[in-house]
Design a protein around this ligand. Structure first.
Ligand code: A3P
Length: 298
C-alpha cells in the first residue's frame, strides 16, 4: 500500500529563556502574552505541566457554565473553552488570540508560566488564580509520556535520560522545584490564590470542588455538585472527546493517551530503586527551607 509521504514537524529544541528552559512555542509570542489585558473577573488556572490542569479546567468550566450552556461542554474541546495563554504554534491562532476572543464571563485561562513570568495585568487586576501542584515523581512520569506522544514537545528520549533532564530543570517550563516553590511563595502575599494538590483531588474530588467553590464564591446545588463530580471522574474524562485531546492532531494517542492513568504513585512503575534514592536526595536539597509539603503516601 502506497501511503503519501508526510513530513512530521521537527521536534522543538529547548533553550534557556531568562533562566527557564523553554521552546519557541512559548516564547515566539512573548510580548503579546505579556501585554494581555486581564479583566478583574478572569480566572487563571496555573500549573506546572501534567499537574491536573485539564481536570481542574473541566471542573471550573462546568461550575461556571454547566448549567447555563451545557452545549458548550459537549461541542467545544477543553483547549478552546479554557485557552492556553502561553501557546503559539505555526498557522494556528495563538493562545493570546483565543483568550482575546473568549465570549465568556468570567474567562477561564490556562497558563504554565512560572510565577515570575505571569503578565502583570493579572496582578494589577487582582485576578483569582487557581494553582494546581502534583508530586514531583508522578509529574516526571506523566511528563515523560506526554513528551512521547506530543510532537510539540522536545524528544524525551529514554526514561532514564528524561528523568535526569527533569531533575536538572531541562524540560519545558523549567524546574518543577522552582515552579511549585515560586507559586507557593506568591500565595503568602496574593490572597486570591488557591493552591491545590492533585493528590487531594484524587483522594476526595467532592471536597476539593467544595473548596474551589468557597474560594470562587460559588454555591452550586447539591445535585449540580454531584453531577460535576461524576462528569470529571477519570473514566468519564478519558472517554469524553471534548476533554481527552483526541481532536488535537499533534498528539498521537496511539503512543500514549493524554488522560493516561490518573493515579497517585505511578512513579513506582517507572523509577528504579537507585533512581528513586538519587531523586529523594536531590529533592531534599531543593525543597529545604519551604513550608510546602506534598503528601505522596496515598
Ligand atoms: P497521568 O499521565 O499520570 O495519567 P495536565 O492536564 O496538567 O496535562 O495533566 C495530565 C495528567 O492529569 C495526566 O496524568 C492525566 O491522566 C491526569 N488527569 C486528567 N484528568 C484526570 C481525572 N479526571 N482524574 C484523574 N487524573 C486526571
Amino acid at each position: 500500500l502506497d501511503l503519501p509521504w508526510m513530513e512530521l514537524p521537527p521536534r522543538p529544541k529547548l533553550f534557556d529563556f531568562h533562566g527557564v528552559s523553554m521552546t519557541k512555542c512559548f516564547t515566539d509570542n512573548w510580548d503579546n502574552v505579556q501585554n494581555v489585558k486581564a479583566r478583574p473577573d478572569d480566572i487563571l488556572i496555573a500549573t506546572y505541566p501534567k499537574a491536573g490542569t485539564t481536570w481542574v479546567s473541566q471542573i471550573l468550566d462546568l461550575l461556571y457554565f454547566g448549567q447555563t450552556s451545557p452545549e458548550r461542554q459537549s461541542s467545544i474541546p477543553i483547549h478552546m473553552r479554557v485557552p492556553f495563554l502561553d501557546l503559539c504554534r505555526p498557522s494556528q491562532p495563538t493562545g493570546k488570540d483565543l483568550v482575546d476572543q473568549l465570549p465568556t464571563s468570567p474567562r477561564l485561562i490556562k497558563s504554565h508560566l512560572p510565577v515570575q513570568f505571569v503578565p502583570k495585568s493579572f496582578w494589577e487586576q487582582n485576578c483569582r488564580i487557581v494553582y494546581v501542584a502534583r508530586n514531583a515523581k508522578d509529574t516526571a512520569v506523566s511528563y515523560f509520556h506526554f513528551g512521547r506522544m506530543n510532537m510539540f514537545q522536545p524528544e524525551p528520549g529514554e526514561w532514564s535520560s528524561f528523568l535526569q533532564h527533569f531533575i536538572q530543570g531541562e524540560v519545558v517550563f523549567g524546574s518543577w522545584y522552582d515552579h511549585v516553590r515560586g507559586w507557593w511563595e506568591k500565595k503568602q502575599t496574593h490572597s486570591k490564590l488557591h493552591y491545590m494538590f492533585y493528590e487531594d483531588l484524587i483522594e476526595d474530588t467532592g471536597r476539593e470542588i467544595d473548596r474551589l467553590c468557597s474560594f470562587l464564591g460559588l454555591s452550586p446545588s447539591a445535585e449540580e455538585r454531584e453531577r460535576i463530580r461524576g462528569a470529571v471522574q477519570f473514566d468519564n474524562m478519558k472517554k469524553n472527546k471534548m476533554t481527552n485531546y483526541s481532536t488535537v492532531p499533534s498528539m498521537d494517542l496511539k503512543v500514549s493517551s493524554f488522560i493516561r492513568k490518573g493515579k497517585v504513585g505511578d512513579w513506582k512503575n517507572h523509577f528504579t530503586v537507585a533512581q528513586s534514592e538519587q531523586f529523594d536526595e536531590d529533592y531534599k536539597k531543593k525543597m529545604k527551607n519551604t513550608t510546602l509539603q506534598f503528601r505522596t503516601e496515598i
